[in-house]
Design a protein around this ligand. Structure first.
Ligand code: AMP
Ligand code: GLY
Length: 425
């Protein structure tokens, strides 16, 4: 098969790595890719949102399967465009990607189908949003409706802060048009986890759960990021919790979307808060998480390609995926300054080569005159497997410490919650 992966992050490097290992993959392209992906795939300089150019490329190159990594092209209709051109694609069409493209749509979908989630209202009017915010207990959560690169959620510890957040989104246009409409909702208290399931529009195949570290600083402190590290399995995701997530949060969404004429094909990523009352939905995403995909791919024993094809073709019923029982952990190395602005072009040396149980995925790198350079906030995802989260963590940090990159940094405590649980057991 001729396969095109769309994206340039650690998620796409991990997907390319799993796909390249498949005997079904004869030729692999990635648009636009990065320096790590270039070792596995032919990188083509087309941006992820250039729907027409991606479609034309897939047609010209007789691509058999396009795997879409990030949300932006899904929400813009890349899969619709590919299918119209007769190209098979893994990922939801635009009308189903709306679960991620509009938080208001997602919340209303949950409400229509009885999916447990935080109490909320959506607003187009500033004053009404503020009045409702005052009725909620603290903290109050204010969210821009549209895509805001993971930054459109503000957790407010006072009602004054909530009013400022509403003003900055709706009046100050902090997130552009994404904030024209906002969701105001109650705060969910508990432990967060990411759950992934494949769907072909009708059938659902659970994958695995993972836990992400969203905050920049050790001990889960400081501003939110795209994710500074992840591990899987997440101990909070007991078999009972996972069964409830499937029954109460994943299956009703897939069935509800189908009933509403928005068949969801691809991977549904449910962000879950495990509260005292059980699992509740924080949000859906229409794609794999990053860096969750890195740990998911290293734990996957099965060939990934037949699963992606089955999701695209509607043949997931009775499909099975096998996973290594080991734990996986990934440490993200970011450019100094992240999640604020960063300076591109610093040179990274001594990236360890792939081992049986470890690999350094590239998230934001370019090759220049034989050197690997950092380009972007998150740059590497150092990923390892081990018998426990602690063993995977030790292995990942041993690799981190071999990397020579003075302009980069990472958290030193990825996996701490799971390791603390192991130690108190
Ligand atoms: P999102 O951009 O929707 O992924 O939200 C970013 C993060 O904000 C989530 O991963 C949660 O940690 C947090 N968050 C969002 N909504 C809530 C909520 N209702 N209660 C508590 N935390 C939330
Ligand atoms: N790591 C969270 C996300 O991909 O949205």
């Amino acid at each position: 098969m001729r396969i095109l992966v769309v994206g340039s992050g650690g998620r796409e490097h991990a997907l390319c790595w799993k796909i390249a290992a498949s005997p079904l993959a004869d030729k692999l392209f990635c648009a636009p890719g990065n320096a790590g992906i270039a070792a596995l795939a032919e990188c083509v300089a087309i941006g992820v949102e250039d729907i027409d150019a991606l479609t034309q490329f897939a047609v010209d190159q007789k691509v058999d399967l396009v795997v879409v990594g990030p949300e932006a092209p899904l929400v813009k209709g890349l899969v619709d465009s590919l299918e119209a051109a007769g190209i098979r694609a893994f990922g939801p069409r635009r009308n189903a990607a709306e679960v991620e493209g509009s938080k208001g749509f997602m919340k209303d979908l949950a409400a229509r189908h009885g999916i447990p989630t935080a109490r909320y209202k959506r607003f187009l009017d500033v004053d009404n949003a503020k009045i409702f915010a005052r009725t909620l207990p603290l903290p109050v959560v204010v969210k821009a409706d549209g895509l805001a690169a993971g930054k459109g959620v503000i957790i407010c510890n006072s009602h004054g802060e909530a009013e400022m957040a509403i003003d900055s989104m709706m009046v100050g246009h902090q997130f552009g048009h994404a904030g024209d409409s906002v969701v105001v909702e109650e705060f969910l208290d508990g432990e967060e986890l990411s759950f992934f399931a494949l769907s072909d529009g009708e059938h659902v195949l659970p994958m695995i759960s993972a836990q992400d570290h969203k905050r920049i600083g050790d001990g889960d402190t400081g501003p939110n990021t795209g994710g500074m590290g992840a591990y899987s399995p997440a101990p909070v995701a007991t078999p009972e919790i996972e069964a409830r997530i499937m029954k109460e949060i994943v299956q009703p969404a897939i069935a509800g979307l189908k009933a509403e004429g928005r068949e969801f094909k691809g991977v549904l990523f449910a962000g879950i808060m495990v509260t005292r009352d059980g699992p509740k939905l924080i949000e859906y995403n229409a794609r794999f998480g990053d860096p969750e995909c890195e740990v998911l791919c290293i734990r996957m024993m099965s060939d990934i390609v037949p699963a992606l094809v089955a999701a695209a073709d509607g043949t997931l019923e009775d499909f099975d995926l096998r996973w290594y029982p080991d734990s996986a952990l990934t440490v993200v190395m970011a450019s100094n300054g992240y999640p604020g602005s960063t300076k591109p072009g610093s040179v990274i040396r001594n990236i360890p080569p792939e081992q049986d149980d470890a690999i350094v995925f590239h998230c934001g790198t370019r090759q220049n005159k034989g050197e690997i350079e950092a380009h972007g906030g998150r740059v590497l995802a150092v990923t390892a497997l081990g018998e426990s989260v602690g063993a995977a963590q030790a292995k990942a940090y041993a690799l981190v410490d071999r990397i020579d990159w003075p302009e980069g940094f990472c958290r030193r405590d990825i996996g701490w919650r799971a390791i603390a649980r192991d130690e108190t057991r």
